[in-house]
Design a protein around this ligand. Structure first.
Ligand SMILES: [Zn+2]
Length: 331
């Protein structure tokens, strides 16, 4: 039995790969660009050669391969990804070697890592909520991510929170993601700031250039008391509190683990969100909000767990002691 697995976290723009030992030591790490613009077949070919190169760096055949990929995913196949464009790719097509392989949905794989190694280590039931370009959730039940009947589970970003609200790219109206993702916060602030500085008369050609702010900048403006930023930030908090109240009432999580770019704002997000969530719930306490512990490594560490599970070690991660237990309870 080889001493390492290949773990790969495939994102829409880049992929992160590593070699991880049976005791959880990351012995090698590397990154590649996801050639999405060259089509799904090119992405699969890049994954194959990346796995080959990683195995070579390890000096032998890995015990298994774990892959975290976006879209609709089962353990044996990547069924669909709007982002990358592939359909029905068997897990074995990604791997140029004759070794066991297991696929996982990207967010659920990150949630698995938070469950086994990170902020949810001692929790049985929680929600892992990465808030980045989009919002997706990993529903963790009894320590394991739950994908639902067909793999569509956890799409909390597309829960309608303001039914008469703004259209979402998904085709629905008023989705959480439309108000509270990092890109939504940036987009909504920029649009509002641009229109408020434009000349009042519609016949005048606007002399002002469009405002473009990042979510990070909106967070900083919110912290400094900028009224428009505070309004946009407050609407994001409002939207999140609505979706999380629904989640809490339905599944009674012991915590909500916030991850992704927007969670980097820390108490600026978690304090008002905890307060608003608490106000919404009348007959029960709100679950505590925690900060995710593994950051951008969650997907790759989760893929390593899948790789070792594929190799026959169902208890992978139980004896790992990465420095991930420092997750503070942030609110
Ligand atoms: Zn949507």
């Amino acid at each position: 039995m080889s001493s390492f697995v290949v773990a790969l976290d495939v994102g829409g723009t880049s992929m992160k790969g590593g070699l991880v030992t049976r005791s959880g030591e990351i012995i090698h790490i590397d990154r590649r660009t996801t050639p999405r613009d060259r089509g799904p077949a090119a992405v699969v070919a890049t994954i194959r050669s990346f796995i080959d190169d990683l195995a070579t760096a390890g000096g032998g055949t890995p015990a298994g391969v774990g892959l975290a990929v976006p879209g609709l995913v089962t353990a044996d196949a990547a069924l669909y990804s709007a982002n990358i464009g592939w359909r029905d790719v068997p897990a074995t097509d990604f791997v140029p070697l004759d070794v066991p392989v297991m696929l996982g949905h990207d967010v659920r794989t990150g949630g698995l890592a938070e469950s086994v190694l990170g902020a949810g280590r001692e929790l049985s039931d929680f929600l892992f909520l990465p808030i980045g370009t989009g919002i997706a959730g990993a529903v963790i039940l009894h320590g394991e991510p739950y994908g639902g009947s067909a793999g569509w589970g956890g799409e909390i970003g597309h829960i309608p929170v303001f039914p008469e609200g703004e259209p979402c790219a998904c085709g629905q109206i008023g989705c959480l993601e439309t108000y509270a993702s990092a890109s939504a916060v940036a987009r909504r602030y920029s649009a509002r700031a641009t229109s408020s500085t434009a000349p009042a008369s519609p016949v005048t050609v606007p002399s002002t250039s469009p405002v473009t702010a990042t979510a990070e900048q909106v967070a900083a403006l919110t912290a400094s008391g900028d009224p428009l930023a505070m309004e946009i930030w407050g609407e994001a908090v409002e939207a999140l509190s609505l979706a999380l109240a629904t989640y809490t009432l339905l599944l009674d999580p012991s915590a909500i683990v916030l991850g992704g770019g927007l969670a980097e704002a820390g108490p600026l997000l978690s304090v008002p969100l905890a307060e608003r969530l608490g106000e919404r719930l009348a007959f029960r306490d709100a679950p505590p909000l925690r900060q995710a512990a593994l950051g951008m490594s969650a997907g790759m560490l989760g893929a390593a767990l899948l790789g070792w599970r594929a190799a026959g070690f169902a208890d992978a991660g139980a004896n790992w002691s990465p420095d991930v237990l420092k997750s503070p309870r942030v609110a």
